[in-house]
Write a protein that binds this ligand. Structure first.
Ligand SMILES: Nc1ncnc2c1ncn2[C@@H]1O[C@H](COP(=O)(O)OP(=O)(O)OP(=O)(O)O)[C@@H](O)[C@H]1O
Length: 277
């Protein structure tokens, strides 16, 4: 569905993309992760046709981003709503540009209003919405025309758990219908929930790609158990197993238990180490 090959982009002395290649199949959710400045947003802007690469190609179902604008849905990292327009007016505008009319447009608005819990503020101006409401409204503008490629750049930044859950549900549903999704985030738990494959960006290129199980395999988690004045702290590739083992052997009443599975930071760290060596 999406085939990006060897993209480069230079901003003065900053090489934002440096041979960035990524492909995404229809129905696949790719979690695009990486430290701040790794090139994720630059890549998303290139796929959406907002930015031209210095070299390399982006093909969407075999065509250029300019030729496929109507088939792409984008929710940019920073809120981009028109403050005087209501949420419904935004959806009419975005749906209308993509060619939706009358009953089809009204049905699409109704469906998204329910799925993203917009009903209570559908006719309120965007400028008067809370941050989480704006996030939901912005995601709706990306989804209204049922794009075949969805670009969601940190769509849950600053969102409360309810907003996050609603958004993840809609993304899962769209992927199940065949939409290809690129989802940038700093939260590994969201990618687990979405059953996304993961692409790790660093210094303008993808340095690792696979399922979360493949990428996290072998990375240690941590277990900490406090019992009376005794504290046991272990690092283990199987933190749940290690915890059960500690609980079997501890003689005193357990006061607290902490279990930490490997995080994206652990993944970046291990990749950074393996790239230096
Ligand atoms: N318009 C621009 N002018 C100059 N430098 C830029 C511009 N846009 C991006 N950059 C630089 O390119 C690099 C990649 O930025 P980009 O926004 O793509 O990173 P990111 O992975 O999306 O980061 P974050 O997680 O912080 O959103 C950074 O060093 C950034 O400062």
């Amino acid at each position: 569905m999406l085939e990006a090959t060897e993209l480069t982009k230079q901003y003065d002395e900053v090489r934002a993309l440096d041979g960035f290649s990524l492909s995404v199949a229809a129905g696949e959710i790719v979690g695009l992760v990486g430290h701040n400045g790794a090139g994720k947003t630059t890549f998303v802007e290139m796929v959406s046709g907002l930015l031209k690469p210095d070299s390399g190609t982006v093909l969407i179902a075999g065509r250029s981003p300019a030729e496929t604008r109507g088939e792409i849905g984008i929710s940019p990292q920073h809120i981009a709503l028109y403050r005087p327009l209501s949420v419904r007016e935004h959806l009419k505008l975005y749906g209308g540009i993509a060619g939706l009319r009358k009953a089809a447009l009204a049905d699409a608005i109704e469906e998204l209003a329910v799925a993203l819990q917009l009903t209570d503020f559908l006719d309120r101006r965007a400028g008067l919405l809370s941050g989480g409401q704006q996030r939901r409204a912005q995601a709706a503008t990306a989804l209204i025309h049922r794009p075949s490629l969805l670009l969601l750049d940190e769509p849950t930044a600053g969102a409360d758990p309810e907003t996050r859950a609603a958004l993840l549900d809609v993304v899962k549903q769209r992927a199940a219908e065949g939409t290809a999704v690129i989802y940038t985030t700093h939260y590994l738990s969201e990618l687990m929930d979405l059953q996304a494959t993961i692409a790790v960006a660093a210094k303008g290129k993808i340095i690792a790609r696979g399922t979360s199980a493949e990428l996290l395999d072998g990375l240690p988690g941590e277990v900490r158990v406090t019992a009376a004045d005794e504290e046991v702290h272990v690092s283990s590739q199987d933190p749940t197993g290690a915890l059960l083992e500690i609980l079997r052997t501890v003689r005193r009443p357990v006061e607290s238990v902490e279990l930490r599975h490997p995080s994206l930071d652990d993944l970046y760290h291990s990749l950074a180490v393996s790239h230096v060596n």
